[in-house]
Design a protein around this ligand. Structure first.
Ligand code: HEC
Length: 346
């Protein structure tokens, strides 16, 4: 099924959620119902702990990059390590890391990165919603770097590759395209040629400077598990100065599988929205990255028969202190979070 269709389907979910919220607020009848062919029974089978946990991977025949690097077919199951709001290009980018990279972040061994570490940088054109927040639109590129100090010695120890558009066309006529990547990443030599300072989502202790984005990292808690969850989408709100924020919506395997396939969120599915202060990226002009953690909001769909509204919880700041939002705000935020459509991932 095409992701474009999935995208439209999520609109229905948005309406459904607003209906739930409106019902809670005693406003039922204001929200317009739409019909959808999808039922919870249509959800893809979820096998926790396997590569298919987070939704079906497309069996696509992607041509390799001209330097011989083949497409990283399992990238959708990698963890989110940061995001950027690229004002210069009008793009939102999410950076994912494979399991080797994520372990290096937890161990604070990010400079140099160990062999086998890989990053995916996914870029979308930005589209504004009614509030002026910038959400992911057209899928632009998937760029990858894989560390191999010896294997890729001629390109600074990293294998570079990029694919364009939903059709994932490999970039470059021949292997020399990587010179472009190497040249622009060269100023990052002291950070092992990597721009991104990763966010640790289960931070247990402060990190040595420049290894991890400490301000944006989250304290390790028992109730938030972004480590075992994956990205649904990411957006930024560029209100002036200190009010600007960046947000990433994570979901547990059930939530991610349904969001990515355009299905209704199933019973028990959990979503977690992390919002950071939006900070200028010291490493790139006109880029913004997550700064101090502002809040973590959680939405959980009920499992009890007859229960209608999802539960909403809000935690403030890096130490994720539980706060007590009023019911109206909780309903509004639930509707907003549930209405977010998954970013297109080819
Ligand atoms: C004009 C400069 C420029 C060029 C050319 C460039 N990059 Fe990057 N790259 C960046 C910046 C800046 C970032 C940080 C994320 C962001 O702001 O988009 C980045 C981030 C990345 C990341 C995420 C890991 C990291 O370093 O943060 C990957 C993967 C990546 N680039 C791959 C590539 C590949 C592959 C090429 C060549 C096909 C390439 N880049 C060419 C500037 C560049």
């Amino acid at each position: 099924m095409s992701e474009k269709i999935n995208h439209h389907r999520r609109r229905f979910l948005g309406t459904a959620a607003v209906t739930i919220a409106a019902a809670q607020l005693g406003m039922i009848g204001c929200a317009k119902a739409q019909s959808s062919g999808m039922r919870p029974g249509d959800l893809p089978t979820i096998k926790p702990g396997t590569n298919t946990s987070f939704g079906p991977l497309k069996q696509i025949d992607v041509r390799p990059s001209p330097n011989g690097i083949t497409f990283f077919a399992d990238y959708k199951n990698w963890e989110t390590i940061s995001s950027t709001d690229r004002v210069d290009l009008g793009q939102t980018r999410v950076i994912l890391g494979n399991d080797v990279a994520v372990k290096a972040i937890a161990d604070k061994h990010t400079n140099p990165w160990p062999d086998g570490s890989a990053f995916a940088k996914l870029a979308w054109a930005q589209v504004a919603d009614a509030d002026g927040s910038l959400h992911t639109g057209e899928f632009k590129t998937a760029a990858f770097m894989i560390k191999g100090a010896k294997k890729y010695a001629s390109t600074d120890g990293w294998g570079f590759a990029r694919w364009h558009g939903e059709q994932l066309e490999p970039y470059g006529h021949d292997a020399s395209f990587a010179t472009e990547c190497v040249d622009c990443h060269a100023p990052m030599a002291k950070y092992d040629f990597v721009f991104t300072t990763p966010i640790d989502v289960e931070m247990s202790q402060p990190s040595p400077p420049d290894t991890v984005n400490d301000a944006a990292s989250l304290a390790k808690t028992s109730f938030l598990q972004p480590h075992t969850w994956r990205v649904i989408t990411s957006w930024s709100d560029r209100r002036n100065g200190t009010m600007s924020t960046m947000s990433t919506l994570y979901g547990d395997p059930a939530a991610v599988a349904s969001a990515r396939s355009g299905a209704v969120y199933p019973a028990g599915a959990r979503l977690s929205l992390v919002t950071w202060k939006r900070e200028p990226d010291e490493r790139w002009f006109e880029a913004y990255i997550p700064g101090a953690v502002q809040s973590v909001e959680e939405v959980q769909f009920p499992t009890a028969p007859g229960a209608r509204a999802p539960t909403y919880s809000k935690y403030e700041g890096q130490s994720v202190r539980k706060s007590a939002p009023d019911p109206e705000q909780a309903a509004r935020r639930t509707a907003y979070i549930v209405s977010q459509r998954a970013a297109i991932l080819p």
